[in-house]
Design a protein around this ligand. Structure first.
Ligand code: TXA
Ligand code: MG
Length: 318
């Protein structure tokens, strides 16, 4: 298929095609009012891993999950009263809320990078809304550009940067806002601005009173960057090939059958390993081992993002 055949105007039949693609685990880029998103079924860990792979991201940042309306959002995260008030005021629109995941939240842990919170947004672009309705599941989507490149605001930008990585590009025209959504956290009646964007601090303050601004290097504003953030409760030993006393062993690939408590991917598939990484660490942590030992992970492709996270998990605690 040529690149141009992948660019679809959001007709009912095109939306159906794109929705089927995303439900089968493929990547679909779609227009939003902020920037074009690189979407994957947020409940499918391997599909979410595909996002990081396609972008060539060297690490797993938590992603924004897109839903068609507030009702759908409430199935995933808990809205305290102020969060609901802000959502009623600004959704659909260019603002994402970081809120506690519900226990029943079906979103892959990779999408929220193992965090107890989830960033969620209802976009206003008509093509985006129609797509989310048709997909009928939450869609994780960062901007649809290769890591380190400029965010796309036209279908042609996506085609040029990631055309070979997506099944379709839903063309909803040029992005009206043109820069990523505002990201806020709402906790105990307080709003913290994590990323400035389409909705300004003043807009927020008119509804919520004083808004704090997170420092760029704070734990909450850049959760992915914090060295020991992803650490389980016990120490972590990397590049392990033997299991020592009191350890839980997290394997990768064949040959560990005797000692593995869990295997990230018995067949040695890095994408499968990425999809299972955070859930596996949580599961082993629950066994209360003295230490978690982790088999070597090849440092190629998405393996380098896995190793980035593992290094953080094994870093000295602060
Ligand atoms: O406009 C947008 O938001 C675009 C379009 C496609 O909707 N999407 C986007 O997604 O920019 P992404 O994944 O590139 O941005 C995620 C932002 C990052 O700043 C990340 O640190 C923050 O949201 N974030 C996500 N989950 C978080 C969490 N649980 N806690 C704190 N920050 C979080
Ligand atoms: Mg981006």
């Amino acid at each position: 298929m040529s690149i141009n055949d992948k660019i679809l105007k959001p007709s009912p039949s095109a939306l159906k095609q794109a929705a089927e693609s995303i439900r089968s685990g493929k990547l679909v880029s779609f227009a939003t009012e902020t920037v074009y998103g690189l979407g994957a079924d947020a409940t499918n860990g391997q599909a979410v891993a595909g996002i990081f792979e396609a972008k060539g991201r060297p690490s797993f940042n938590p992603l924004i999950v897109h839903v068609p309306d507030l009702e759908a959002a409430k199935k995933l995260v808990t809205f305290e009263p102020l969060a609901e008030k802000l959502a009623l005021k600004f959704w659909p629109g260019p603002i994402s809320f970081v809120l506690p995941r519900k226990d029943s939240c079906p979103v892959s842990e990779l999408a929220s990078a193992g965090l107890p919170t989830l960033a969620i947004r209802v976009p206003s672009n008509e093509a985006a809304r129609a797509f989310l309705q048709a997909a009928d599941r939450p869609i994780a989507a960062p901007s649809a550009n290769p890591s380190g490149k400029i965010s796309p605001t036209k279908a042609a930008h996506v085609a040029a940067g990631l055309g070979d990585k997506v099944a379709y590009i839903l063309d909803g025209g040029d992005c009206a806002v043109g820069l990523e959504s505002t990201v806020i956290s709402v906790q105990n009646g307080k709003v913290t601005l994590l990323r400035p964007g389409g909705i300004s601090k003043e807009d927020l303050e008119a509804v919520a009173g004083p808004v704090a601004v997170a420092k760029a290097d704070s734990k909450i504003s850049s959760p992915g960057m914090l060295l020991s953030h992803y650490a389980p409760g016990c120490p972590v030993r990397l590049n392990a090939t033997q299991k020592e006393d009191g350890e839980a062993f997290l394997a990768f690939g064949p040959g560990f059958e005797e000692i593995a408590d869990l295997n990230l991917s018995a067949s040695g598939d890095l994408k499968e390993a990425a999809a299972r990484l955070f859930a596996s660490l949580h599961e082993l942590d629950k066994l209360n081992p003295r230490q978690i030992a982790i088999a070597p992970i090849p440092n190629t492709g998405i393996g380098s993002a896995i190793n980035d996270r593992l290094k953080r998990a094994a870093a000295p605690r602060n």
